[in-house]
Design a protein around this ligand. Structure first.
Ligand SMILES: *Cc1c(COP(=O)(O)O)cnc(C)c1O
Length: 394
């Protein structure tokens, strides 16, 4: 595998042969489901290796392949597969090596559909699981059984950003022949490189920072050629959750500005965090790059730059006060997802009935009054002013 610099990956990799397309600077969208052959011999060769030939777009497509090469290079992986969603990428990576009787260890409170995959879906096929507090590697070690085949990580994780020591988990898993998969959506490949730390598979919701424009749902799975081939001939081809050529083209475009977007987002987020930490109506702020984060030392060791996700709780008794704050925001859009050009708000109160008492959540659950922000590319002053006027309503 060849190492390329970041600009080469984003501007050139997979697009070198522009003469094939009359010099077109932006790559063409191969909007074709099938690719024809002049001879039986050539068709036979394509059947022999669908991952690296173009035969049928459920398997491989030239536009998708450009994106695939870029994302593999960004993660320092031998190969990658693009999916129609992050959930599909995670599910494919999880089920590829499992059979009935196997056991999976997973971080507690993972992304909701990762939890559902293990708890409700795979359980029906005889695969058992344990959700564990994985802030210390001992939490994972204690849950391993003779049947454990896979460890599923998410670092930092959804909503509250607990981390796992990826190198330590990889060492533990390798010694016992257990596969590891990490959801790296939060950090992006620019800021965290799990494969270099010994993790086997890296998944992303590419819907978030990698595409970055809130116009495509996509996922990616990165790993060794052998593992990617196993996923390809298993869940990838059988479940068929591939990315369309048009969506791949949009993502190639979105990806080109990833370093610029992440730089701006990190700078603005630092300002928002400081503002919230010093505001009387804010109870607690969750942000792995904060100096007082309980895992700050691990953040410094494992993540090279900040992202734009943070959470906080308001000092209030009722969800009505939370709702007044949310409804007053003008510049933050209230919705799910994150990682786009625009700043977003996700209120946990929206999944609870109205008038739920603050503190009514069960231990281990995310607090009812928790608000997650995804900081976008607006001028930070605009965002601070909006937060200030909305906090006045609490
Ligand atoms: C959004 C998200 C996913 C799922 O990705 P989709 O593209 O929505 O399917 C997985 N993991 C994390 C951490 C996410 O935030």
């Amino acid at each position: 595998m060849q190492e390329h610099d970041l600009s080469y990956i984003l501007n050139q990799l997979g697009e070198e042969d522009r003469e094939r397309h009359r010099g077109a600077v932006a790559p063409p969208i191969y909007q074709s489901s099938i690719f024809a052959f002049a001879t039986v011999e050539k068709m036979r060769a394509a059947f022999g290796d669908e991952l690296d030939n173009t035969l049928y777009t459920r398997g491989n497509n030239p536009t998708v392949e450009i994106l695939r090469r870029k994302l593999a290079a960004l993660e320092g992986a031998e190969d990658a597969l693009l999916f129609g969603s992050g959930a599909a990428a995670i599910a494919a990576g999880v089920v590829a090596g499992l059979r009935a009787g196997d056991h999976v260890v997973c971080v507690q409170k993972p992304y909701s559909w990762t939890r559902t995959l293990l708890r409700d879906f795979l359980a029906r096929f005889g695969v058992s699981h344990s959700f564990v507090d994985a802030r210390e590697v001992a939490g994972i070690e204690a849950a391993l059984t003779a049947q454990t085949r896979l460890i599923v990580l998410e670092s930092p994780n959804t909503m509250t950003y607990e981390q796992q020591d990826l190198a330590a988990v990889a060492t533990l898993a390798r010694a016992r022949g257990i596969r590891t998969l990490v959801d790296n959506s939060y950090a992006t490949p620019l800021n965290q490189r799990p494969l270099a730390l010994g993790i086997d598979l890296v998944a992303h919701s590419a819907t978030k920072y990698l595409n970055g424009h809130s116009d495509v749902v996509a996922g990616v799975l990165c790993g060794s050629k052998a593992l990617i081939r196993e996923v390809f001939s298993g869940p990838y081809m059988t479940l068929g959750a591939m990315l369309s050529p048009h969506d791949a083209w949009l993502m190639i475009r979105g990806l080109r500005t990833l370093p610029l977007r992440m730089r701006q987002v990190a700078a603005s987020t630092a300002q928002v965090v400081e503002f919230l930490q010093n505001h009387a109506k804010v109870e607690q702020v969750w942000y792995p790059h904060a100096a007082d984060d309980p895992q700050a030392a691990l953040t410094r060791r494992q993540i090279s730059g900040a992202s734009g996700l943070l959470s906080f709780t308001l000092r209030c008794e009722t969800t009505a006060a939370v709702e007044r704050f949310c409804d007053a925001l003008q510049r933050f859009l209230m919705t799910v997802s994150w990682g786009g050009y625009e700043s977003l708000l996700f209120p946990v109160a929206a999944v609870y009935p109205p008038d739920t008492r603050v503190g009514a959540h069960k231990p281990g659950q995310v607090p009812v009054n928790l608000l997650r922000l995804s900081i976008g590319l607006e001028e930070p002053d605009v965002l601070l002013a909006d937060l200030a006027q909305a906090l006045d309503r609490v």
